[in-house]
Ligand binder design. Structure first.
Ligand SMILES: O=P(O)(O)OC[C@H]1O[C@H](OP(=O)(O)OP(=O)(O)O)[C@H](O)[C@@H]1O
Ligand SMILES: O=C(O)c1cc(=O)[nH]c(=O)[nH]1
Length: 227
C-alpha cells in the first residue's frame, strides 16, 4: 500500500481514539498494550474516509495483480460482525473510485446461524456465482477468525477466496513456534493474498517513545522476527 494511504488510515484512527493504549485482552486471550477499535470510527464523514481507504487499497491490489477487468467480478464478503458494515462501506466506496469504475463488485455476508423465515438461509447480499471473493475485516491478529471463515467457505460454497483485506494488520504470530506472522504464513499456506491498509509498522513512528517501546516489547514476544 502507498505510505500515504497507510499514514492517512493511522491518522484517522488516532484522531478518533480508535487506536487505544493501555492493557487489553484480545480474542485469542493474548494481552496487548494497544487495541484497534473500528467501532469508534462511526461518524458519517469518518466512515466515508474509511470507505475510500478500503476502496483505494482494493483498487491498488487489483491493479497490481492485473485483475481490474476480471469478467466474473468480485464479491466483498464481510466477516461477522465488524467486517459486515465494512464490506458494505468498501463496496459503496468502490463505486466512486476512478480505478474501479469498470469492475463489477458486490457485497455479501454469511449469518452465523441460518434464518428459518422470510428469505431464509445463511447468505445476505449477492450470490457468489463464480465471483472472485475478497473477505473484508477490521483487524488481523492471529488469523484464527480468517481460518474459521476459510473452513466455512469450503463447507458452504466449496470455494476459496482470492484475498483477505483488513484495515489493520498487527503482524503477530498465530502460535509461538510459527516462523512468521499470521498474515504472511496464511497467505503462503492457503495460497491467497492477505493485505491491509496499514500495519503496526505504520503505527510505530507516530507514537510517543513510551507507547512505541511497549508495542515493540509486545512484538518481540508475539510478532515476526523483524517488524
Ligand atoms: O486474527 P484473530 O486473532 O482471529 O483476531 C481478529 C478478529 O478478532 C475480532 O473479532 P471479534 O470476533 O472479537 O469481534 P466482532 O465479532 O465484534 O467482529 C476482529 O474483528 C477480527 O475478526
Ligand atoms: O485480536 C483481537 O481480538 C483484536 C485486536 C485489535 O486490535 N482490535 C480488535 O478489535 N480485536
Amino acid at each position: 500500500m502507498s505510505g500515504a494511504a497507510a499514514r492517512a488510515f493511522i491518522q484517522l484512527a488516532l484522531r478518533h481514539q480508535a487506536l487505544g493504549f493501555g492493557s487489553f485482552t484480545l480474542k485469542s486471550g493474548r494481552r496487548s498494550p494497544y487495541f484497534f477499535n473500528v467501532g469508534l470510527l462511526n461518524a458519517g464523514a469518518t466512515l466515508a474516509e474509511l470507505g475510500r481507504l478500503y476502496a483505494g487499497r482494493l483498487a491498488a491490489y487489483l491493479e497490481e495483480s492485473g485483475q481490474l477487468a476480471a469478467p466474473e467480478g468480485f464479491m466483498l464478503l464481510g466477516l461477522p460482525y465488524k467486517g459486515i458494515p465494512l464490506a458494505a462501506l468498501a463496496c459503496a466506496a468502490a463505486a466512486a473510485d476512478e480505478r474501479l469504475r469498470g469492475a463489477d463488485i458486490s457485497y455479501a455476508y454469511l449469518r452465523k446461524e441460518a434464518k428459518e423465515h422470510g428469505e431464509g438461509g445463511l447468505l445476505v447480499g449477492g450470490e457468489p456465482g463464480g465471483r472472485r471473493i475478497i473477505v473484508i475485516d477490521d483487524v488481523l491478529t492471529t488469523g484464527k477468525a480468517l481460518q474459521i471463515t476459510l473452513k466455512h467457505l469450503r463447507d458452504v460454497w466449496r470455494i476459496k477466496p482470492l484475498a483477505l483485506l483488513a484495515a489493520f494488520d498487527r503482524l503477530e504470530r498465530t502460535a509461538p513456534e510459527d516462523e512468521d506472522c499470521a498474515s504472511r504464513l496464511l497467505a503462503r499456506r492457503e495460497e491467497m493474498d492477505v493485505i491491509s491498509i496499514a500495519t503496526v509498522r505504520d503505527l510505530l513512528p507516530e507514537l510517543e517513545e513510551r507507547q512505541r517501546e511497549e508495542i515493540e516489547r509486545h512484538l518481540a514476544e508475539h510478532g515476526p522476527a523483524a517488524v
